[in-house]
Write a protein that binds this ligand. Structure first.
Ligand code: SAM
Length: 315
């Protein structure tokens, strides 16, 4: 089982490998769950400093310490970019925290969340209820167990106002590899309404790892090959070992056109309060890149439009 737990110096450690030569080691206070599902190994560990943590195939998905940063940043810039998001699609998002953030917006009438792994959902509901905070009981949320790609092939054209792709990283042989290709984003385009907006997590712009840079810039290029407006943004997430990338794709609305006043007004009108990270003045700055990342996004020779027969994957 790929749970990367080792015993040393009288302690249990979880090792998240980032390459053949580097990784991050976390002391484990308690193992709450270890198992294997249809598609991945699943662990819920209580880590010193980070608290309860979901690990899939040896990779941290979210920790109690900073899951709110990731989920607020994934969801709200895209939700405020759309003037009236009512029908929402989530692909992945097993913890229920992405749905939790979406459901804060009172405009939302229905959320369809498609996750491939029923065991992840079961385990998260049991061991990590503080991540979903009641979202699974909200009557606006329907959970569908299945492959997000297959779901989209049969989804009603133009049905959703917004879509959030909160899947595991593209790992060789992993279940999410084909959720980052041009063919996939074409299906997302098709299921979105005329002014639809989507967002995807887009791995890390950490410049020390060529596979991450290739992948993150390629996801940006690939979304941009389908959507006329593609915007890259990032946030610092400690348990993801630093900077994390996101790509927003939009048919008509540009997140950069929103003033802080409009963001404030949309959040207020929709009853969104109690956020801990995202706010109106942060909105535009999320999209402002340091020079090195800006240059990588403009020209990184190995980056390309990803296709089903030529995806990219990270370690
Ligand atoms: N925040 C995370 C990250 O950045 O790594 C993503 C977290 S969320 C737990 C990832 C979810 O994607 C998992 O629950 C997994 O089961 C789901 N998933 C992976 N491949 C999928 C697919 N092909 N269709 C639907 N869900 C998928």
């Amino acid at each position: 089982m790929k749970d990367n737990l080792i015993e040393r110096d009288g302690k249990l450690w979880f090792v998240e490998y980032h390459s053949d030569y580097t990784g991050h080691v976390y002391a484990v206070r308690r193992v709450l769950y270890r198992g294997e599902s249809c598609c991945q190994s699943i662990g819920v560990y209580d880590l010193y400093h980070y608290g309860k943590t979901l690990v899939l195939d040896g990779k941290i998905q979210s920790t109690a310490c900073d899951e709110w940063v990731y989920h607020e940043v994934l969801v709200h810039p895209m939700m405020v970019t759309h003037p009236e998001p009512k029908r929402v699609l989530v692909i992945g998002g097993g913890e229920g925290a992405t749905a939790r953030e979406i459901l804060r917006h009172k405009t939302v009438e229905e959320v369809h969340m498609v996750d491939i792994d029923s065991l992840v959902l079961k385990v998260c509901k049991k061991y990590l209820p503080e991540f979903s905070r009641g979202a699974f009981k909200d009557p606006r949320l329907s959970v569908i167990i299945g492959d997000g790609r297959k779901f989209l092939e049969n989804a009603k054209q133009g049905f959703y106002d917004v879509a959030v792709i909160d899947a595991t990283d593209p790992i060789e042989g992993g279940p999410a590899l084909l959720l980052y290709t041009k063919e996939f984003y074409e299906l997302v385009w098709r299921c979105l309404s005329e002014d639809g907006v989507m967002v995807t997590q887009a791995v890390s712009p950490s410049y020390e790892f060529e596979d991450q840079i290739t992948c993150t810039v390629s996801i940006f290029r690939t979304v941009g090959s389908v959507f006329p407006i593609a915007r890259y943004y990032r946030a610092y997430i400690p348990s993801f070992d630093g900077e994390w990338g996101f790509v927003l794709g939009s048919k008509t609305h540009d997140p950069l056109d929103l003033s802080a006043e409009v963001v404030d007004e949309r959040l207020r009108r929709r009853g969104v309060d109690g956020l801990k990270y995202y706010h109106s003045r942060l909105h535009r700055s999320l999209f402002t890149m340091p020079k090195n990342i800006k240059e990588l996004l403009e020209s990184f020779p190995k980056a390309r439009v990803l296709r089903d027969n030529e995806p990219a994957f990270v370690y």
